[in-house]
Design a protein around this ligand. Structure first.
Ligand SMILES: Nc1ncnc2c1ncn2[C@@H]1O[C@H](COP(=O)(O)OP(=O)(O)O)[C@@H](O)[C@H]1O
Ligand SMILES: [Mg+2]
Length: 235
């Protein structure tokens, strides 16, 4: 289980998160929604060693990982797909996947790349194309593929559907379900497309101004007054 305990964090002296209690169960999808600037990305950055932890703890599988540097968090099996889906535009699809898995032995790397291709046939089809020529949706899939190459047990996905055409939003969310059901991964999904993301969630969080306003059943969240106000304009 991935868990934060009374987490206060931010960037340098800036405080962004306040007493955040968050947990993601193994093999389940936890969705974090909330308005822009709520601290969703900062939560993921705090887990992966990219933010400043002021106080509190982060645990992964019972291990205290508070403040570990990014490469050590990654080695424990936590893979991060950042908000901008960092792919190398000048490298081919396959080169991107190989760069992502550079720490793996060659035979292992080949297996992982094949696994990504079986999950995302479009990436296999475009394996020799430069990533910069892919559509937005294909690039998001490549970014997820790059995280998947690293043999994670947990995937942190930041806004992987934002700005995508509806057809791609649906496709990407289907892949997220596959990460859970076929690969048995733990998924933390941070999303602006709250309604669609909540449909695939096992547990939901509403984060507002750096504080957890709701934790629990995703369908219940739809009826939460603060959620309605934020997302449906009902007050
Ligand atoms: N690298 C950074 N350095 C300083 N402040 C940051 C940085 N990243 C985000 N912030 C600030 O932290 C707050 C929360 O941002 P963020 O976690 O990105 O929110 P969200 O992902 O929910 O939109 C915002 O006020 C933002 O300006
Ligand atoms: Mg963000």
């Amino acid at each position: 289980m991935l868990r934060t305990h009374v987490l206060n964090s931010g960037y340098g002296k800036l405080r962004v998160l306040f007493n955040v209690e968050f947990s993601a169960e193994p093999g389940r999808i936890a969705v974090v929604v909330g308005p822009n600037g709520a601290g969703k990305t900062t939560l993921l950055n705090s887990i992966t060693g990219l933010a400043t932890i002021h106080s509190g703890k982060v645990f992964y599988g019972g291990i205290d990982i508070t403040g570990l540097p990014p490469h050590r968090v990654a080695r424990l099996g936590i893979s991060y797909v950042p908000q901008m889906g960092n792919v190398f535009a000048d490298l081919t699809v396959e080169e991107n996947l190989r760069v992502a898995g550079y720490l793996l032995p060659e035979s292992k790397l080949r297996d992982r790349v094949e696994l990504v291709y079986s999950m995302f046939p479009v990436l296999k089809e475009f394996r020799h194309r430069r990533a910069g020529t892919l559509s937005g949706g294909e690039r998001r899939m490549l970014a997820i593929g790059m995280a998947l190459v690293k043999e994670p047990t947990t995937m942190l996905l930041d806004e992987v559907t934002t700005d995508l055409a509806p057809i791609y939003v649906k496709k990407v969310l289907e892949k997220v379900i596959e990460l859970r059901d076929s690969l048995k991964l733990t998924v933390v999904l941070v999303e602006q497309h709250a309604l669609r993301a909540l449909q695939i969630a096992d547990k939901a969080y509403l984060l507002v101004s750096g504080t957890v306003r709701y934790e629990g059943d995703p369908q219940e969240l739809l009826r939460h007054p603060e959620f309605s106000k934020l997302y449906l304009g009902i007050s």
